[in-house]
Ligand binder design. Sequence first.
Ligand SMILES: C[S@@+](CC[C@H](N)C(=O)[O-])C[C@H]1O[C@@H](n2cnc3c(N)ncnc32)[C@H](O)[C@@H]1O
Ligand code: SF4
Length: 307
Amino acid sequence: MGEFLYYASWWFGCKFAGRRRPLQSVIFITDRCNLHCAHCNVVKTGPNVTTMSYEQVREHLQYCYDLGSRIIDFEGGEPQLWRDETACDGAGADLNTLIALAREIGFFSITVTTNAQLPITADSDLVWISLDGLQEAHDEQRGKGTFERALENIAACDHPNLNVNMVVTNRNYQDFEAVAQLVKDNPRLNRFSFSFYLPYESRDLLPSSKQRGAVIDTALALKKAGYPLMNSLAGLKLLRDPQLFIDKKQCWISNFIQSDGTRIPTCPGEPAGICADCGFGMGAEMALLFKLNPSMVKAGLTVRSSK
Ligand SMILES: C[S@@+](CC[C@H](N)C(=O)[O-])C[C@H]1O[C@@H](n2cnc3c(N)ncnc32)[C@H](O)[C@@H]1O
Ligand code: SF4
């Protein structure tokens, strides 16, 4: 079945037959990282680090595909660090081996999210690069020199679909417009997306509702002015206040596989009990997907194509 027909049948099945099949799967292939960001709730160090083997990733990919998922996001830790030297009869495997495997299984679209501290070599359909402000704020959140290195690696990369994701905290929210401008002005970058900090481990970096409202107002104005903001207009309005979509949320549309193999059939924010503070841009978009909101469908279709 072609992509469009598959998505249409998925939607009808969910909407009218009450099926609950994920469309997107997020797979944390390692929680090892070359950074240790202030806001990160994933990264582990020392003996606590878990990395999946090639075989484990293969099993999880097949499981997600069999559930009905057709979009894969490889996450970490830092996914570009992932290796399994013993895989493929001793030939070894890296992130691009996993991307090829996902295509072979039949996924329609493959995404990688990276901190861009290494040359960006991922051969995915779409790459998300984390930029959490201009130099000062980004480096405060992610470590000294990380902003400059990310920009160097963006400049040296010829991937046709590089995009930026910003996690907005109470320390970097003033840089929101400047990051949108940076993306607009950089010919290597396509689109800009953002989420608010999710308080999994502490509330220290959580933006106040006033700061959150100011960012949403700026985002709405930039979107209307033609800035390449991925979040849809309707999604932005919902993201202003999680109470607006908490009873409409459809967080089962993405399932998550943690690096230790734990399979979570919904956004991990739900079992963690943080939905009342949801700032996950995708969370709002998923609620709209279910309603087939036109601005969300347009945003979803354009982000998967290059500029
Ligand atoms: C966990 S990282 C893994 C990929 C890569 N290492 C990177 O930094 O882009 C994936 C995304 O999750 C975001 N993230 C990490 N902790 C978060 C939190 N507590 N709230 C919201 N986003 C978070 C990161 O900023 C990044 O955009
Ligand atoms: S680079 Fe990514 S995974 Fe690593 S600590 Fe930062 S947010 Fe977490």
